[in-house]
Write a protein that binds this ligand. Structure first.
Ligand SMILES: Nc1ncnc2c1ncn2[C@@H]1O[C@H](COP(=O)(O)OP(=O)(O)OP(=O)(O)O)[C@@H](O)[C@H]1O
Ligand SMILES: [Mg+2]
Length: 228
């Protein structure tokens, strides 16, 4: 069990976390904006709550700038909240909205690097890598440098790195934005496999055209999450 406590709240929820794989309570976040003397803080999250239980696929929607990526960055620990608690069990896999890759490294290099970071055995990393190349159809780019990949292939690498260690909790920020339709369908196959295996998946999406693919959809509105 891992727990992160952010200022202003206690960590009681972390110990109380039994069923859910991830639980966030009362998340608040403001960003500074403007130059002095007009400098002020813009409140983006005002006590957002979110719970993910094993085997559920949850959608997170909301208009541009509503704070979806901010919330996900806080869940994954990439950004500090001003208040609230985040607790989770197992490992987190994160697919950021903007791919974070090393320009000079190939796809294979990335898998090797992330496999080590996740403390996977070489065999497990190779096995998972092959399955992901096949599932998303980008094996032919295995030895291509990241700065020479097309936008869609870069998105595949970004997603595959989040899936590599088969984490208990998957946090995906608009993962299929650059995918062609065939890849989009393959993406949902991968998600279905994870759901069957009892993983929790949170997917930020703009246009939820396939609502039936989600178990629940949450909307971020006025800094809080409400069922859609
Ligand atoms: N590093 C930052 N510094 C200042 N303001 C920020 C920063 N990051 C985000 N914001 C602001 O916080 C608000 C929420 O941004 P966020 O990226 O979380 O929205 P989003 O819901 O993911 O939007 P989109 O649908 O466009 O991806 C926006 O008004 C944005 O301008
Ligand atoms: Mg975003």
């Amino acid at each position: 069990m891992s727990a992160e406590t952010v200022p202003g709240k206690d960590s009681a929820t972390a110990e109380a976390l039994d069923g859910p794989l991830l639980e966030a309570h009362g998340i608040e976040k403001a960003y500074p904006r403007g130059m002095w003397p007009l400098r002020h803080r813009v409140q983006v999250l005002r006590g957002a709550d979110l719970t993910l239980t094993p085997g559920e696929v949850v959608g997170l929607v909301g208009e541009n700038g509503s704070g979806k990526s901010t919330l996900m960055k806080i869940l994954v620990g990439a950004l500090a909240a001003d208040a609230g608690t985040v607790a989770y069990a197992g490992r987190l896999g994160y697919c950021p909205q903007e791919p974070v890759v090393y320009e000079r490294l190939t796809c294979d290099d990335h898998f090797e690097l992330f496999g080590r970071a996740y403390a996977m055995t070489d065999e497990a990393a190779r096995h998972s890598r092959s399955a992901l190349y096949a599932a998303l159809g980008f094996e032919r780019y295995a030895t291509t440098r990241a700065d020479q990949l097309s936008g869609g292939t870069l998105s595949k690498l970004n997603l595959a790195l989040a899936l590599l260690a088969d984490p208990e909790v998957l946090l995906l920020d608009e993962p299929y934005a650059g995918f062609d339709f065939d890849t989009y369908l393959r993406f949902w196959d991968l998600v279905a496999q994870r759901r069957t295996a009892g993983r929790s998946v949170l997917i930020i999406s703009h246009f939820v055209t396939d609502e039936h693919r989600f178990d629940r959809i949450l909307q971020l509105r006025d800094g809080g999450t409400v069922p859609k």
